[in-house]
Design a protein around this ligand. Structure first.
Ligand code: G
Ligand code: MN
Length: 273
């Protein structure tokens, strides 16, 4: 549980906004259906602009110290929505997954209508977005989380539980948020071919997700060993450097990936549809 955020006073920091331009660049990483090879969505990741791109952990760390977390979050949303609004219609047939910072969901400003207004201004409907919340969200109050999750869905947003398995309260967050998407944390995926215990857990989660009609996504896949084992455990949706790295334009998996994916489908799941 983190301490209450200090509030920023005065002008927005120049490292965050230059005039009305957020100093943030949005990149896209596909979430791919292993059966068809098609993207079912793109996670949108924010990087700070500078001589070199600044990773989000650094941005959010600095914002926290300066008390401008909300302003950073708005800058990320603005950059992402502007970018999405310039994409061709062919890139907008699947939803965009947005990471929602832990402090933001419980901020009254998130729900005061300004978020929907920001979307409308960019011609984007909440149905086009899936909000990724993490189990480390500072929403300790389970009723509040339940209510929030329901309200987001009523507005049309999709809800995903991010980094599932990374923290200590994943199951509690899961039952209270009842997300349509569950994203398995990279820590469970990493080296899974060498960990039978993890394999049993993932298999159980595949069954669980199927019974509650949630889409289970394995994140952070880096090797074919990981991907092959996940496939035999019943994982259908994947994201990670092996599939495609985040890019300025929503990327497709490479032809090489697609060829190996088909081969794996044939050899590992010979009776799959
Ligand atoms: O917490 P969240 O799951 O949103 O984290 C996404 C982060 O993980 C991004 O910064 C993204 O660049 C990174 N990422 C995406 N795919 C991989 C991967 O295959 N390996 C590693 N190490 N990081 C990844
Ligand atoms: Mn995420």
């Amino acid at each position: 549980m983190s301490l209450p955020l200090p509030r920023a006073a005065g002008p927005l920091p120049a490292w965050l906004w230059s005039g009305d331009e957020p100093r943030i660049v949005s990149v896209f990483q596909p979430i791919v259906d292993l059966r068809s090879g098609a993207a079912i969505g793109y996670e949108v990741l924010s990087r700070g602009l500078g001589p070199a791109q600044v990773p989000p952990q650094v941005l959010f760390g600095r914002a926290r110290v300066e008390g401008v977390t909300w302003e950073l979050e708005r800058a990320c949303w603005t950059a992402a929505l502007r970018r999405i609004s310039t994409l061709p219609a062919t890139d907008r047939t699947v939803p965009f997954f947005f990471n929602v910072g832990p402090d933001v969901l419980s901020d009254p400003r998130f729900q005061d209508g300004s978020t929907l207004e920001l979307l409308a201004r960019h011609g984007i409907h909440p149905r086009e977005l899936v909000l990724e919340i993490t189990e480390t969200s500072v929403i300790d109050d389970s009723e509040q989380l339940q209510r929030l999750s329901r309200e987001l869905r009523e507005h049309g947003f999709g809800v995903a539980l991010d980094d599932f398995g990374a923290g200590h309260s994943g199951l509690v967050t899961l039952v209270h948020s009842e997300p349509q998407f569950i994203k398995l944390d990279q820590a469970l995926v990493r080296g899974i071919h060498q960990h039978r215990y993890r394999q049993h857990l993932v298999k159980a989660l595949v069954d669980f997700a199927a019974s509650v009609s949630a889409t289970l996504i394995a994140e952070g896949i880096e090797t074919w060993e990981e991907l092959n084992v996940l496939m035999t455990l019943g994982i259908r949706y994947v994201q990670g450097f092996l599939v495609a790295r985040p890019a300025l334009t929503p990327p497709r998996p490479s032809e090489e990936f697609d060829a190996r994916r088909r081969e794996a489908l044939r050899t590992l799941l010979p009776i799959s549809p």
